[in-house]
Design a binder for this molecule. Structure first.
Ligand SMILES: Nc1ncnc2c1ncn2[C@@H]1O[C@H](COP(=O)(O)OP(=O)(O)OP(=O)(O)O)[C@@H](O)[C@H]1O
Length: 279
């Protein structure tokens, strides 16, 4: 498989939620969280999905993970339809993994780091045969830049950055092909954020991962994305290479977003020039 092959195909996706009532006796309104979105994720690419708060980014991610059931549309992974998570065959459950925003709440505080990661292998035992799990644990921790010694500690004893490394390790432990990162660095200090972004870019290369990276932060997108998809009020308004998007955005909404973040007039906007930039 090459980096131009499509790994994930989202077609005509529609998701609505019950919205607020306009008055006590009025019927519930409906929120169109995702409005006819079609989007491809290519193998081994870093695709950023951006848009302001409430534009539907997380809902798309949750559909990809099988946590939200769309009213219409399809999502296929290498040509196989992805249904709700509990209806997915094990190999498809494994193939698509998630890194959440807040590792503080997504990691079980009562479990040690080692047991959090081993838990994944209980559900998917074929990934790491029982006798090999000690070694596999050390390897996956090393892959995210952590010493094997953290395996005996609980998440509360670790820093925010270390906890996010554990979330990434937990996802990687299942050897996914597609990683969905939903605001994965938003809760971190800027310096820690840069370290985690660098790690994600390195892992994307070495593990040949496709990454769907959801963020509202254009500075982050500029550092890491190969392509960028822009959502506005549930709709996908633009999808382009990062270079095109940052230098010649075609949709007025994207122009506005970028204009708010950068002075585009004559700006020299480097896009993922070197990984050293992420320092
Ligand atoms: N479970 C839900 N029930 C009702 N409404 C929801 C639910 N999940 C999302 N929504 C609504 O759907 C719309 C899209 O939300 P979503 O979280 O996907 O946007 P987002 O772009 O990820 O925003 P943010 O960056 O703030 O997370 C919003 O109006 C939100 O309030």
């Amino acid at each position: 498989m090459t980096s131009t092959d499509t790994i994930l195909e989202i077609r005509d996706l529609q998701v609505s939620f019950p919205g607020p009532r306009r008055s006590l006796r009025a019927p519930r309104t409906t929120v169109r969280a995702v409005d006819d979105v079609s989007l491809d994720v290519r193998a081994q690419e870093m695709l950023a999905l951006v848009g302001e708060s409430g534009s539907g980014k997380s809902t798309v991610a949750r559909c990809v993970l099988g946590l939200v059931r769309p009213q219409a549309g399809t999502i296929s992974y290498e040509g196989r339809l992805l249904g709700p998570i509990d209806k997915r065959p094990p190999e498809l459950q494994r193939a698509v993994q998630m890194v959440f925003q807040d590792p503080g709440s997504s990691l079980n505080p009562r479990m040690t780091v080692g047991s959090i990661i081993r838990e994944a292998w209980k559900v998917h035992p074929a990934v790491a045969p029982a006798g090999d799990r000690g070694q596999a644990l050390r390897e996956v921790l090393a892959d995210v830049g952590l010493d094997g010694g953290v395996a005996d500690r609980r998440p509360s004893a670790l820093s925010g950055g270390q906890r996010q490394r554990i979330s990434i390790a937990r996802a990687l432990a299942l050897r996914p092909r597609l990683l969905v990162c939903d605001e994965a660095v938003s809760a971190l200090d800027v310096s820690v954020q840069s370290q985690i972004l660098r790690l994600l870019v390195d892992l994307q290369k070495t593990r040949e991962l496709a990454v769907l990276f959801i963020t509202h932060d254009l500075a982050v997108v500029r550092q890491i994305a190969d392509r960028v998809a822009v959502m506005k009020k549930g709709e996908l308004v633009e999808c382009a290479s990062a270079e095109t998007l940052f230098t010649a955005p075609s949709h007025p909404y994207t122009q506005g977003l970028l204009g708010a973040a950068y002075d585009l007039e004559g700006a020299d906007v480097p896009v993922r020039e070197t990984q050293e930039q992420i320092s």
